[in-house]
Ligand binder design. Structure first.
Ligand code: ATP
Length: 351
């Protein structure tokens, strides 16, 4: 099937700065796809190249099979929602939503009808005749979404659209946004630095760092099977231990843990030698049958779980999260504890 957006070996340079290094991505039609990474990783640049606000230094971008390099932004079948939604303050809500249609020469009756339907979709029909200043921040962002969807783009680009909202509203909007994407069937490309936002909404996520795509996959893929240190560390919390790989075959490695215990676990590398092992803090239990031994330094009550900050024999800092804080007996600072790794707790990383 033809991809909605196909990015091939895309490079972006600003003078001597290379913002993107040969990026390849294929985004399917009807997908909620997220570009996730820390500030400066190049996610906004990539989005702006798809929109046509930046040109592509090398490589190509195809929309439904067509090379769009020479198309002006307003001739591309895409629309963008920005963090600062910039509604027109002197126009009513419904006129804001109808604005893009007016620019396209759509007649007044059709405009009003379509804008009305868009407002219904974002649950704001009752606010059609208000001015934007009479709406809350969340409502204004929903108007901006309705405005961007009104001309029926094939792809909607969203550049950190929730980051100006407070936490509760942001969480509610995540659910709404995903629902809106499913209802419209439009391909959404969403940019964020917030991993929780990415994990909640996306069909697939591209994790980016320093102008490169590090890994593409579902939320579960990138959390359970990170390929490298950057992804393991950026998605959720993890402990990174340097270990000696004794053998590796068929995606399974045997490693020697500090303290001498041996462990077999899934591996993202096929090379022996020294590599990093990622151990998720919530996949450990306190046990006599220990894979690792540590000394507890601090215990933090976090409501849902207990965070135990410890140090492995040998000195490496190590964190555990014991689920169900109300029921679990907290170890005392200074106690020596045995740690048992549950199934799927550890994964050997490529670099
Ligand atoms: P943020 O979340 O802070 O917006 P980002 O991941 O979206 O970050 P980009 O804005 O895409 O990152 O920037 C990627 C790199 O390109 C950065 O190193 C940035 O400084 C550089 N860059 C972006 N725009 C320009 C420009 N117009 N001129 C020069 N360098 C730029």
């Amino acid at each position: 099937m033809t991809a909605a957006v196909e990015i091939r070996r895309a490079v972006k340079r600003y003078g001597s700065v290379t913002a993107l290094h040969r990026v390849d991505l294929s985004i399917a039609d009807n997908e909620f796809f997220t570009l996730l990474g820390p500030s400066g990783c190049g996610k906004t640049t990539l989005l702006r190249m798809i929109a046509g606000f930046e040109d592509v230094t090398e490589g190509e971008i195809r929309l439904f099979g067509d090379d769009i390099a020479r198309l002006e932004p307003n001739h591309r079948p895409v629309n963008t929602v920005f963090q600062h939604y910039a509604l027109f303050p002197h126009m009513s809500v419904i006129d804001n939503v109808a604005f893009g249609l007016k620019m396209k020469g759509v007649d007044a009756a059709t405009r009003r009808d379509r804008a009305g339907r868009m407002l219904e979709m974002v649950h704001l029909s009752a606010f059609a005749d208000r001015s934007p200043a009479q709406l809350s921040g969340g409502q204004q962002q929903r108007v901006a979404l309705a405005r961007a969807l009104a001309p029926d783009p094939k792809v909607l680009l969203l550049d950190e659209p929730l980051s100006a909202l407070d936490l509760k509203l942001r969480q509610a909007m995540r659910v709404e946004l995903k629902q809106l994407q499913e209802d419209t069937g439009i391909t959404f490309i969403f940019v964020t630095h917030d991993q929780e936002e990415a994990l909640t909404m996306s069909d697939r996520i591209a994790v980016m760092s320093e102008g490169r795509v590090q890994q593409v996959g579902t939320a579960r893929d990138i959390y359970e099977a990170p390929v490298n240190r950057f992804v393991a560390d950026f998605i959720g919390e993890t402990n990174l231990l340097e270990v000696e790989v004794e053998a590796v075959a068929g995606g399974v490695a045997t490693v020697a843990l500090p303290g001498g215990h041996r462990l077999t676990c899934p591996s993202a590398t096929s090379a022996t030698g020294r590599h990093h092992l990622s151990i998720r803090p919530e996949r450990l239990t306190l046990s006599q049958d220990a894979d690792l031994t540590a000394t507890v330094e601090r215990v933090v009550y976090l409501g849902t779980d207990l965070q135990v900050i410890a140090r492995l024999d040998g000195g490496t800092p190590f964190t555990l999260r014991l689920q169900n804080a109300a029921r679990v007996a907290a170890p005392e600072p200074g106690a020596r504890v045995g740690l048992h790794l549950e199934e799927g707790a550890a994964r050997l990383l490529a670099d």
